[in-house]
Design a protein around this ligand. Structure first.
Ligand code: HEC
Length: 261
């Protein structure tokens, strides 16, 4: 009898432990007029004054959940990622110890779709052959493709820019370029070839791009299950360099990647 009671007590304790470790600090639903409940939306929370952003993904009912183990009590700014959408209003939530907070988020159609495209989505959107696009893969070691497609430069100036890029060291950032100690040659012919192509995909000919902007579908079903809670560090508040730009490859917001080394 005693053993039975002990076993029961232990299993109850274990169950309580499981519940405690899965307790939600913050949860809510994400929806829009266009789609209703939205699956596959990345919801990020950043505590005021903290360099760490934690991101989770909404399930098929549009619900998101931050486990208590991932969010310390405090005031949080909430952000979302769902191509084509933005938060309707400011996202904010207060997380208190031992209490579950709910914050439902409404999304509206994004005003500036271009600002949301990742480098991969730019590469998919722009016309051109794989050969023409291939050199752009190297560019992403220092900045995003958005910087390139937003430039208004024509081929001759672009060729000069390409030569300049060639002589930046690998760990350069836009805020903190570092010249290579030994110069690297890029032939005029090759620079012009790449520049001629870039001129066709940037803003040298007008205020908007001549091609439709394409975005990748949001993760659904099983794909969604592969996304664990993500952590990102904001370099403006840390002294170590961890991410060069937004982890999904968008241009960092002003100040986000300012170096303080
Ligand atoms: C080693 C780092 C590095 C690489 C690789 C790199 N860039 Fe850059 N890029 C920079 C830095 C730093 C800046 C800002 C300073 C400047 O303009 O010189 C910049 C700025 C630019 C600009 C804006 C220039 C202006 O005057 O407005 C363009 C366009 C550009 N890069 C295109 C490219 C392309 C295309 C590639 C790939 C072929 C590339 N970059 C590869 C570091 C790099």
């Amino acid at each position: 009898m005693k053993i039975k009671t002990l076993l029961l007590a232990t299993s109850m304790l274990m169950a309580a432990g499981v519940v405690a470790s899965q307790a939600q600090a913050l949860s809510g639903k994400v929806s829009s007029t266009e789609e209703g409940a939205m699956e596959g939306v990345l919801v990020s929370a950043q505590r005021s004054g903290s360099p760490i952003t934690v991101t989770v993904v909404t399930d098929q009912s549009g619900s998101y959940r931050f486990p208590a183990a991932r969010l310390a009590p405090g005031s949080y700014a909430l952000r979302i990622r769902a191509a084509g959408y933005e938060l309707d209003g400011a996202g904010a939530a207060e997380v208190a110890a031992g209490r579950a907070t709910t914050a439902d988020l409404r999304l509206r159609k994004a005003h500036d779709l271009a600002a949301q495209l990742t480098s991969t989505e730019w590469l998919i959107s722009m016309p051109g052959t794989a050969e023409q696009k291939r050199p752009l893969i190297e560019c992403m070691s220092c900045h995003t493709v958005e910087r390139i497609v937003r430039s208004k430069l024509r081929a001759p100036e672009l060729a000069a820019v390409l030569k300049r890029m060639q002589n930046y060291a690998n760990n350069s950032t836009v805020q903190h370029p570092q010249k290579r100690l030994v110069e690297r040659e890029l032939s005029d012919k090759r620079a012009r070839e790449v520049a001629d192509y870039l001129e066709t995909v940037n803003l040298s000919a007008g205020e908007s791009w001549s091609y439709p902007l394409q975005t990748l579908p949001r993760p659904r079903g099983r794909q969604r299950g592969t996304i664990p809670p993500l952590h990102r560090f904001d370099r403006s508040k840390t002294r170590s360099v961890i991410w060069r730009c937004d982890r999904i490859g968008r241009e960092p917001k002003a100040g986000l990647s300012k170096r303080r080394l």
